[in-house]
Design a protein around this ligand. Structure first.
Ligand SMILES: Nc1ncnc2c1ncn2[C@@H]1O[C@H](COP(=O)(O)OP(=O)(O)OP(=O)(O)O)[C@@H](O)[C@H]1O
Length: 442
């Protein structure tokens, strides 16, 4: 096999990370099953409800639109929530409560203090944790009948199809134009209903896409990205407003699973205004567009165009930096390291012990990459993970030239579940070059 290009390697890394997440979830499921072994179990297959489920879901089963057939339909449905933030938290809470069979959740972000007012699944003790890990802990405690699958990654062009393909319904709970188009295109091409929502300041909107013969896809509805979209972090957002939108997303997902989206609703968008009233409006939207480049008569964008990176979402959305990228958003320069080590942090050096013995940065901790790759979690790593969780401090990972540290960062995020972890680009070699020329080069 020839040498792979950087983008091919990135695609391979993204694919492997997704696969690792799936395998870890399978292990968690096995652990859960063996943990409950010996307990009196009812017949809880997809075609029947156990006694506990009758009690748990009884109130909603009394609603004529649901009943027992509806409850069983929910149990058979696999739903994916992309983004576990302001929209995702209420959506996840109600999807889990409703008894969907499988809930997948995708987010690479960690919980921060500024998330707590809106992202109600998390608490102070979640700060610094990966959102998907913090969320699954809470959701599992609320309803352990659901199978939860966590993906601690961002959806990108090279993993979106692998993930979305495994689900029946997708909720877009993210906050960037690029992800909205990417998810819109992938769900349309895979024929999956998409429930999209957004909220800003006091207003929110929710729309169900890719349903019915005349129902539009995201791109039919918005063929061009907006010139400028305010982010919540700049323009502001009120917790209850975004919670309304996320909650309606969960409701719409239930309706899709139950086959109860009324024909007229396939071409409407729901608007909520929290300040004027509050008021609800249902406005008519464009239907399927013949000219759509993804699902129109002469569509020009295919799954292959997207996964191979031939179709450029950054260019389309006019965003130079692309997605939150595993190889950029988790990296810092040596200059930035110099600034950031003045605040509480963990500096992890992943060179082997001999090299570490030759020279090292004061205060650093040595856990060689070979040990991180091993089956057992090194004790030092466990204490780092505890500290990160307790004090919400970032972890900076360094090596000699910046290669092993990059691998370590991916591993720490995907396997060891440490969230705020950053690779120091160029490693100690760059440190000598740009920060401290007296630090030995060997
Ligand atoms: N491509 C993506 N894949 C998966 N999750 C994504 C993607 N893009 C954004 N997200 C996630 O969607 C969520 C959006 O949540 P929200 O709009 O509440 O923003 P936030 O980043 O949590 O908070 P704030 O904007 O206030 O800093 C975030 O958790 C973010 O990490």
């Amino acid at each position: 096999m020839g040498r792979m290009s950087r983008s091919e390697l990135n695609a391979e890394i993204a694919r492997l990370k997704t696969r690792i997440a799936e395998l870890e979830n399978d292990i968690a499921e096995l652990d859960k099953d063996s943990g409950s072994a010996g307990r009196e179990t009812e017949t809880e297959t997809e075609t029947e409800l156990g006694l506990e489920e009758y009690i748990r879901y009884g109130r909603q089963m009394l609603v004529p639109e649901i009943g027992k057939p509806g409850q069983l339909a929910l149990k058979k449905t696999k739903v994916l929530v992309v983004g576990a933030g302001g929209l995702g938290c209420p959506a996840l809470t109600y999807l889990a409560g409703a008894g969907f069979g499988t809930i997948g959740m995708v987010d690479e972000d960690t919980v921060s203090l500024s998330n707590l007012p809106r992202q109600t699944v998390y608490s102070g003790s979640s700060i610094g944790m990966l959102k998907v890990d913090a969320a699954v802990e809470v959701l599992r405690s609320r309803n352990e009948n659901v199978k939860y699958v966590c993906y601690p990654v961002a959806v990108r062009h090279d993993n979106v199809f692998d993930i979305v393909r495994q689900y029946d319904i997708v909720l877009d709970c993210t906050d960037t134009a690029m992800t909205r188009y990417l998810l819109g295109d992938a769900t349309r091409l895979l024929g999956k209903p998409l429930i999209s929502a957004s909220a800003l300041r006091t207003e929110a909107q929710i729309v169900v896409l890719n349903v019915g013969p005349d129902g539009p896809c995201y791109r039919c509805l918005f063929p061009k990205p907006p010139q400028h979209v305010d982010a919540c972090s700049d323009a502001g957002i009120i917790g209850p407003v975004v919670a309304v939108a996320g909650t309606v997303q969960a409701l719409e997902a239930m309706k899709v699973a139950l086959g109860q989206i009324p024909t007229g609703q396939q071409r409407t968008m729901t608007l909520f205004s929290g300040i004027h009233g509050p008021t609800w409006r249902s406005v008519r939207i464009r239907g399927w567009q013949r000219s759509c480049i993804v699902c129109g008569d002469r569509a020009t964008v295919s799954e292959w165009d997207i996964t191979s990176g031939k179709y450029d979402y950054s260019e389309f959305c006019g965003i130079p930096d692309g997605y939150p990228d595993i190889n950029s958003s988790h990296s810092i320069s040596v200059k930035e390291l110099e600034r950031r080590i003045k605040s509480p942090h963990v500096l992890l050096d992943v060179r082997d012990r001999t090299q570490y013995g030759i020279c090292n940065l004061p205060g650093s901790i040595n856990v060689p990459l070979s040990e991180l790759l091993g089956y057992d979690h090194p004790a030092a790593l466990c204490s780092i993970a505890d500290r990160v969780k307790a004090e919400a401090v970032p972890v900076f990972v360094i090596c000699r030239f910046g290669n092993d540290s990059r691998t370590a960062v991916q591993l720490l995020r995907s396997s060891h579940r440490i969230g705020r972890v950053f690779d120091v680009t160029g490693g100690l070699d760059m440190w000598t070059e740009h920060v401290d020329s007296s630090f030995p080069r060997y």
